[in-house]
Design a protein around this ligand. Structure first.
Ligand code: PLP
Length: 357
């Protein structure tokens, strides 16, 4: 069996060591005589896994005192509603419209209160991170730190003073070091950089809890979930366990700082090639380029399609760009090794030469 280099945007590659550990323990976890899938979420054996997962996450993410970590369900998309329900308090919120998911988040928030679009690059096809002007009286400011579809990333954390900063980090959580104390709330679907789909990681400052609208569904109340330690109802036990294995793996790699260094090297390898290529061209504004999702085109849709097809035949799969933008996208999350990026660049060179450039 040959594993491919999977450049999918999400669900995406997991570290081989993580999958091997899952395989080894699948029928019998430790001496429990059962799979993690079969354990009660209230059992001592599962709570040990759960508590270690929370502790390891706090460690790798560098979470200071005063924050709660939750493992919820419903993905980032559910958080698009959960955030305004819990934080808007009948007031208004600033949203920076930097991509498709950022836009979806603000459209959802409009159902619950006044949304101010503080900045937008929508009219320019989201090729860059927009300038923004923040409201002095917003209940929170919402950003998307990495724009998965367009391949852009904030090169700074916006200064919001006393106004809580809320970040959708679905596609770059744990890929670079963040100062968590600058954020009121961070959320991320786990399926890009951490675990299988079905786990939503939430980091929330404790003083922000308890302000939800009265009609907030119980499972979407961050206060109730925090009080119940994410177990108001049955959590995604197995997904959380795999997340825990990824956090252990990250620690073995030297933590997020070491991972960030490798991620910069991986991204630079691709961007340096793109900047010098006679056939391929990056589509994101150079200053705002993502380190996780590298978007590019040849300028010819048929050639793009041929590239995606031929790459797949070489074990470099899922390079097709998102259906709303076309072209190509190489998602190179933490679990994508440097060798995978090297193999991609080497095939791009081959393809370039074969197509007469
Ligand atoms: C993938 C993604 C989402 C959607 O996540 P779901 O878990 O499928 O709801 C939202 N925001 C960003 C930045 C993403 O990359």
């Amino acid at each position: 069996m040959n594993r491919v280099y999977n450049f999918a945007p999400g669900p995406s590659m997991l570290a081989t060591e993580v999958l091997e550990k899952v395989q080894k323990d699948l029928l019998c976890y430790g001496s429990t005589g059962m799979s993690v899938m079969e354990m009660s979420h209230r059992s001592k054996m599962y709570l040990e896994i759960f508590n270690k997962t929370v502790a390891d996450f706090k460690d790798v993410m560098g979470i200071p005192e005063g924050y709660k970590v939750l493992f919820l369900q419903g993905g980032a998309t559910q958080m698009f509603a959960t955030v305004p329900l819990n934080l808007m308090q009948g007031g208004k919120a600033d949203y920076i419209d930097s991509g498709n998911f950022a836009h979806n988040a603000l459209v959802e928030a409009k159902k619950y209160g006044e949304v101010v679009v503080a900045g937008s690059s929508r009219d320019d096809n989201y090729t860059y991170i927009p300038q923004y002007t923040l409201s002095p009286d917003a209940k929170y400011v919402h950003i998307t730190t990495n724009n998965t579809i367009y391949g852009t990333r904030y090169d700074h954390v916006p200064e919001t003073g006393d106004i809580p900063l809320v970040a959708d980090m679905s596609s770059n959580i744990l890929s670079e070091v963040y100062d968590v104390s600058k954020f009121g709330l961070i959320y991320a679907g786990a399926q890009k950089n951490v675990a299988p789909a079905g786990v939503t990681i939430v980091v929330v400052r404790e003083d922000l809890l308890g302000n939800e609208a009265a009609y907030t569904p119980k499972v979407m109340s961050l206060k109730k979930m925090a009080d119940a330690d994410s177990m108001l109802n049955t959590p995604n036990c197995f997904g959380i366990y795999v997340a825990g294995l990824t956090f252990e793996w990250l620690k073995q790699q030297g933590g997020v700082a070491a991972m960030e260094k490798i991620n910069i090297e991986k991204a630079n390898l691709l961007y340096d090639f793109l900047d010098n290529s006679k056939l391929f061209k990056g589509t994101a504004n150079a200053k705002d380029r993502s380190r996780m999702n590298v978007t590019f085109v040849t300028g010819d849709a048929d050639l793009d399609a041929a590239f995606v097809k031929e790459a797949a035949a070489k074990g470099l799969v899922n390079l097709k760009g998102h259906r709303i933008v076309g072209g190509m996208r190489a998602s190179i999350y933490n679990a994508m090794p440097m060798e995978g990026v090297k193999a991609l660049v080497s095939f791009m060179k081959e393809f370039e030469a074969a197509n007469g450039r």
